[in-house]
Write a protein that binds this ligand. Structure first.
Ligand code: ZN
Length: 231
């Protein structure tokens, strides 16, 4: 049990580790030849036009009873950059994505932001193996917003399929009962943090798991939301 807003030692160590790892990855990106992660223009990690396209416009919506604040529409440049960041090795986009996530986090936390702790959606083992890091965790570490995150507050009780391949009903089945809190969350006011919200099944399951551990969910913050009607 820790006093709200003051990280326990493991939390602090995880935050420091994430910060150091980010610095190393950024340094590596600088040494390698780069092109824009959004449009492939040469010699820029992100060109001015794509930086502009990542300017957050935080919008609130409700999915499965949870208020969600999303910074970007998962379309066009934000979609290309997020895909490049998550699965194309473009970790250098973390800084720009953190700039988009920060206001969504602040909006989700509201006026009690000092007392609100971010909680991440846990990665599957397959995702960990593939990437070696938690993409949303790396962005979150860079936002330096709110209280230090409760790293690893949730864990998976079973390995779930990749949501991207599933329809809405299947997404809910895939996630239902798949998470559990790895610590007591009594008295904790949490904001769930995820990269993309589509059906809301993942966020709803995280909210259920947090509630089952005694925590309160103030809302969720995501980098992007999938537009309701896909082209
Ligand atoms: Zn560009």
């Amino acid at each position: 049990m820790t006093i709200t807003g003051i990280p326990s030692r493991p939390d602090l160590r995880s935050t420091l580790r994430a910060t150091i790892r980010d610095a190393v990855l950024d340094a590596a990106a600088v040494l390698l030849p780069v092109s824009c992660a959004g449009c492939s223009a040469p010699d820029r990690s992100l060109c001015a036009g794509c930086v502009q396209a990542l300017a957050p416009e935080v919008r609130r919506h409700t999915v499965r009873g949870v208020a969600v604040w999303s910074a970007l529409d998962y379309d066009d440049v934000p979609r290309t950059v997020l895909l490049a960041y998550k699965d194309g090795g473009r970790v250098d986009a973390a800084r720009a994505l953190a700039g988009a996530l920060r206001p969504a986090l602040a909006a989700a936390a509201g006026s009690r932001w000092r007392a609100v702790v971010p909680v991440l959606i846990p990665s599957t083992r397959a995702a960990w193996r593939r990437r070696g890091y938690h993409p949303t965790g790396m962005v979150l570490a860079r936002t330096r917003a709110l209280a230090p995150p409760l790293w690893h507050a949730l864990r998976l009780t079973r390995q779930t399929a990749d949501q991207a391949a599933l329809g809405s009903a299947q997404r809910a089945d895939n996630r239902a009962g798949s998470m559990v809190a790895s610590r007591r969350l009594s008295g904790r006011r949490c904001v769930i943090v995820d990269d993309i919200v589509t059906s809301g099944a993942t966020i709803a399951e995280a909210a259920r798991a947090i509630g089952a551990a005694g925590g309160t969910v103030g809302g969720a913050a995501t980098l992007a939301r999938t537009p309701r009607r896909r082209r």
